[in-house]
Design a protein around this ligand. Structure first.
Ligand code: NAP
Length: 419
């Protein structure tokens, strides 16, 4: 199915009014496992709106890998984790990307009005956190969380609850589903590429992008190109590679043509030679695409255990491997010989702060970033599309679920605007 909603959602009251209940795609602990069955549509009481909160009537919701993890209940049981910190709810409403219309605002919220057309960025934190009060990056604060994964009442529901600083204007030239597609992956990619001083993307830098046709990868390729860098994509098939080229990649490497993935043999094991030969062959494929013996100044990592040893091997001296996930596993191995002698940086990165999210959204509003909608599905398909994402069989680009929007293509309110 492409685009139409099969569950008939009850009509929300007019903006400004809060209904007692809403329909949401809900995960419960006794359904943890395959996302296809972990998500079920249920009627849930509308959450209370705090003084600094904004309640958004969701028109469309973007699908991200984090709610594959939430549905499986591993590596973290997000429901139990929140209950431990005092929250009463025995369910999880996920969804870390939304486009929609402001339904109501808390009493202390300024600058956001009922009826505004908005998108939501996924960085959540406690404004009273001493780390933040001291002027440090909120996303490294102990209270920092990812909206609609660590927190409840995300966008797979008629109404989503966000903190006011998460609210950003929706790009007027985008439809609801286009606007809902890229914010989590785009802001994460922005922080990875421009958030780590000393190793931000500069003109002519080679950047290796794992999973180039996926959610993060499609955004990273565009952001690198926009900064004047040279993105080289890694993919698992030629059609995915060609998709990356359309977005601005200088070329692509098919990872299925290599055999050295995962934890390499121990350095005392003679089999390490074969591993190193494959890693060298992979590095040469980067040089062939770039047309010079130039290694990546930045390696954009999220695949984790299967690829980190190669990422560390091919990264340029003084360069950075920046990593935001371990999709293939968490026991990544670093051969320190390649790491310290060439003074490489292995940098963790997570989510976004406000400044990074607003800078990214400015690029989207200016029309500089394609939101890369891969497919649009109905509200009753939230479980199925997460299941496919977990199996790695999603089509290229971002999957979006229509929630309040009755059909695809709506929500464009005029020509592109310049900021
Ligand atoms: P996605 O759309 O499913 O893309 C992931 C890509 O990884 C796929 O396109 C696939 O491309 C590639 N891949 C799969 N298996 C691989 C392997 N064995 N080796 C190398 N590449 C492999 O997911 P996404 O939205 O980009 O997210 C990727 C990961 O980042 C997820 O684990 C997600 O939870 C995490 N994430 C973290 C943050 C954060 O703030 N920390 C934010 C966003 C996402 P090919 O098969 O074509 O190679």
């Amino acid at each position: 199915m492409n685009g139409t909603r099969t569950i008939t959602l009850p009509r929300l009251p007019d903006p400004g009014t809060i209904p007692e209940t809403m329909i949401a795609q809900v995960i419960r602990q006794d359904r943890f496992g395959d996302p296809a069955t972990a998500f079920q549509a249920e009627e849930i009481p509308t959450p209370p709106v705090g003084p600094d909160d904004v309640l958004v009537a969701v028109m469309a919701a973007g699908v991200n890998y984090n709610n594959v993890w939430a549905a499986r209940g591993v590596p973290v049981d997000v429901i139990r984790s929140r209950q431990r910190s005092g929250e009463p709810y025995d369910f999880h409403i996920g969804g870390s990307d939304a486009s929609g219309i402001v339904q109501t605002v808390g009493r202390d919220v300024t600058g956001i009005a009922v009826g505004d057309e908005v998108v939501v960025h996924p960085g959540v934190w406690d404004m009273d956190d001493p780390w933040i009060a001291a002027g440090r990056d909120p996303m490294t604060a102990p209270s920092a969380r990812i909206w609609g994964y660590d927190t409840n009442f995300g966008s797979f529901a008629q109404l989503a609850l966000a903190q006011s600083h998460q609210i950003m204007r929706k790009a007027p030239h985008l439809s609801w589903e286009e606007a809902a597609a890229p914010t989590l992956v785009g802001t994460t990619a922005y922080r990875m590429l421009f958030g780590w001083s000393g190793n931000i993307v500069e003109k002519d830098d080679v950047v290796l992008v794992w999973g180039g046709s996926g959610g993060l990868g499609t955004q990273a390729i565009q952001l690198v190109r926009h900064a004047g860098g040279i993105p080289v994509a890694v993919v698992s098939s030629p059609d995915r590679g060609e998709h990356c080229v359309l977005l601005g990649a200088a070329g692509w490497i098919d990872r299925t043509e290599y055999s050295h993935w995962g934890v390499p043999p121990h350095w005392t094991d003679a089999a390490q030679r074969e591993w190193t030969a494959e890693a060298r062959r992979f590095g040469k494929a980067i040089w062939d695409i770039v047309g010079a013996r130039r290694n990546p100044a930045i390696v954009f990592e999220h695949s984790g255990e299967a690829t980190v040893p190669t990422s560390v091997f091919v990264c340029d001296g003084g360069g950075m491997i920046v990593i935001c996930a371990g999709t293939t596993g968490f026991s990544a191995m670093v051969d320190l010989r390649y790491h310290w002698t060439r003074q490489k940086r292995l940098q963790g990165s997570h989510g976004t702060n406000d400044a990074q999210a607003y800078a990214y959204n400015d690029l989207v509003c200016a029309g500089d970033i394609d939101p890369c909608v891969g497919r649009v599905v109905g509200f009753d398909e939230v479980g199925r599309v997460h299941s496919e994402m977990g199996e790695g069989s999603s089509p290229p680009g971002n999957t979006v679920v229509l929630v309040g929007a009755p059909e695809p293509g709506l929500g464009k309110s005029g020509p592109r605007v310049s900021l």
